[in-house]
Write a protein that binds this ligand. Sequence first.
Ligand code: SDX
Length: 426
Amino acid sequence: MTNKKITLTDSDGKSSEFDVLQGTHGPGCIAISDLYKKTGHFTYDPGYGATGSCKSAITFINGEEGILLHRGYPIEQLAEKSSYLEVCYLLLNGELPNSSEFDDFSDTIKTHTMVHENIRDFINGFRYDAHPMAMLVGTVGALSSFYHDSIDINNPEHRVISAHRLIAKLPTIASYCYKHHRGQPFMYPDNSVSYVENFMQMMFAVPAQEYTHNPVAAKALEVMMILHADHEQNASTSTVRLAGSSGANPFASIAAGIASLWGPAHGGANEAVINMLENIYNSGETIETTIARAKDKNDPFRLMGFGHRVYKNFDPRAKIIAGLCHELLDDLDGDQPMFNLALELEQATLEDDYFRERRLYPNVDFYSGIIMRALNIPMNMFTVMFAMARTVGWISHWLEMHSDPEFRIGRPRQIYTGHAKRDYPS
Ligand code: SDX
């Protein structure tokens, strides 16, 4: 809270005063919960571009300067020095773990990596060509049917074990979705290796031969997971909060977040970027033509992987992933021509007034598909990868919401534009 106030004066000269709340970083927020009581008016902010939905201590973004902090630590430092599981601990608990805290946390997660054997039957019930995101959203929602004894959201222990179960089981379920799609046998988790190595082994190992870990690929995936772990009140995180605000259990709330992430304007953009680049690459459509289409208001096409509601500068995650591409494509035998095309496209937008005036820069999804293809992850699994990494962010916000003294069910208002009151014809 600050001592600052804002006074709103209407056209009749009636004034109302509102408190201005100030966080650690970022602009002040006008506290308008009593706006209707004081002024008889609501606010109108489609897409919530200027509306704060909650107080949160997990992540901070400065979109003007391209800054992203998790519990105060810059994403660049976490990507360089931390591990995904350590970032999970940080997001959940607010501080980096010491070595014994990390070992305990890691051991706890490892006790939950397996899923009930019936989950196999559940996933095998999907058509062979079901989109992995369809399988993921259905299976994660169904997890609540396996834990009736520990989904009381008012029980802090139930909330924490659900968080651990979700973080531990998402890689297993994600790999099962992939294996079902490939028609290969599901692989059980291997708790003797790291979180990321375990995922890659479940994805790419087959019973018929010994699996060899690739440390370069594992490191690349570790960084990608860190970069996707959390991002303030984005559409899917806000969905998790809104779903959870009704008292929905954690598995149902996370399933809601997965559904929201699937959209091409959000987490589905990484798959859409590769489709766009492949279209340019294979169809001979020039970069100029693609950019012209993106600028044409009569064409629904948008340059996928560009633009962001908050970043009006480079998305720091995109910079780190582009650096990964430079470093790793040779080692991973990656698709250098596709990366070169992406670089050309980025350069073309930097020189184009339409993109410059609207401050449209590459976001996290623009280069991520290139790295994931280099890791032999198929395109229809890209958003599953995003969901797997973001699960810790979603559940951290869900936990924070349940501990927030101002927590109440979310229920936005509206401007009604329908028919005036009228009688049913006699
Ligand atoms: C993610 O919120 C998060 O934090 C999300 C995320 C996370 O980690 O959770 O960062 C992950 O979702 C990244 C975004 C991935 N989506 C895409 O790459 C899809 C392409 N991008 C756009 O659809 C768009 O930029 C959004 C959805 C990302 C942001 O949309 P906004 O904030 O609603 O912006 P807008 O639609 O108001 O656009 C402002 C202007 C418009 O032009 P004018 O009406 O002013 O003339 O910019 C134009 C838009 O037409 N514009 C684009 C564009 N993005 C915006 N024009 C062409 N191509 C684009 N990509």
